[in-house]
Ligand binder design. Sequence first.
Ligand code: ME8
Length: 524
Amino acid sequence: MKNDYFYVTTPIYYVNDKPHIGHAYSTIIADSIARFKRLSGYKVFFLTGTDEHGLKIEKEAVSRGINPKELADSVHIKFKELFTELGISYDRFIRTTDEDHVKTVTSAFEKMSANGDIYLAGYEGWYCTPCETFLTEKSLEGGGRCPQCGRPVSKVKEETYYLKLKKYEKRILDYIENNPEFIKPDFRRNEVLSFVKEGLEDLSISRTSFRWGIPVPGNEKHVIYVWFDALLNYLTGIGYEDFLNGKNPDFERFSKSANHVVGKDILRFHAVYWPSMLFSLGLEPPKIVTAHGWWLQGGRKMSKSLGNVVDPVSLIKKFGPDPLRFYLLSEITLGLDGDFNADNFITRYNSGLANDLGNLISRTAAMLNKYTGGNIPGSVSAGEDDEVLKTVRRILKNIDRRYDDYDFAKILEDIFGFINIANKYINDSAPWKLNMDDLEQKKNLLKILRTVTISIYYISYLIYPFMPETSKKINAILNIPPFDAPGFSAAPEDIAALCGKLFKDGFRIAEKIEIMFPKIKPEE
Ligand code: ME8
């Protein structure tokens, strides 16, 4: 068991509407890395949840004739249901209306105030409610629109509390410059660097013109700005209040290891404002912020207001969670945008999952049943084909680094490349032509069977973080516990030894074999 800590988070999602593919995407990214790290033996904490305060939620509730808490109560369930359907292995689903979170935000505000980092003054400027962002006059696009979402902005003139961001400008800059791994991908890091170099303005962190938020301690005319509230969820989630009371020895180890997965639209909040808040609280900035791209439909960002969203629930109901997880992670390189396209989804499913992976498993199980009555030949009697297995050993060797780079598309490309090698190996060696009564040919046949069986074991290990349900089915065929069985962990460097110990002479596969990934006909 590694003694390393790994903390991974998704953005917390606004509860103004039900989730779409974009929300599923961020959550699947975080889930895959959480599963990989857990499997490798890290102490993992995986946090997701919902962002429930602010003007945008209050307005949506008013338009539905309900109060904001009722809206949050009903919509947060939709996120939870989706995450259950997707097999998301979160450790906590946080809601910003949770009691411990309200306490965290209140004490953080008090602490920053006591440090002299918060002051009261007037604000006059612009506000984009859909993005919950303060904007300066000069940043507006033609016709007074938000530079981020293109929607009309509103004029705001009110008293507000400010957080002294300027004070932390130099520390933020140094942190970004000294930690090339902090912001991923690299081109986003450069964008953030130039933003900070232009000079930071102090950040407005309270509002007085509506009520749906956490009150400012000592001045209840103000509610705390929704982003100040939301970012602090990352501290609540790992027990900030207990930490303050000296009852949480793990807190700092988790907080230092934080990996925040976010969409590119909210990178600045996580890479600039959030570290400043942490500095003010006397804590360290997160380890990594990874900004992924957007899923588009017809070339435009998928979003409710444009009416171009794809519903993940209907896809999962039809095909199960894994094809969607596979498609979203393999289709685009992390950081870039991608168009969600149903034809493409079907093509990838039929070729990668039905033809390549599904077929490799069913033909291997069928051969084992036919030639050895379901026995997996042992390494001593059968031997193994190193020429085939060396590819997968290389993948295992590089996998830690690839995960550190969040290079999921490449990992999946490598795994599916290996699946093709295993299929080709069967085709080329044509075990069905070998004669079991001839000693040499029998030995060769057993070697082929063992090689493909343990190839499948490695494949199941490698795809587990991306397609946990499929991996579980493969392990059931191999007659072994799933990789998320309680207490089990195996780092990539240990898996070969484990495989050798597991599949000895006399080990049998399961009798019942389930067909995976029936082909989709295009008219479906
Ligand atoms: O911004 N493609 O919440 P939000 C890919 N509450 N990802 C998308 C997407 C798309 N078309 N649309 C949304 C908020 N996302 C704040 C966050 S965190 C302290 C507070 C994903 O409901 C993406 O990760 O608008 C984006 O950052 C997140 O959903 C925003 O969700």
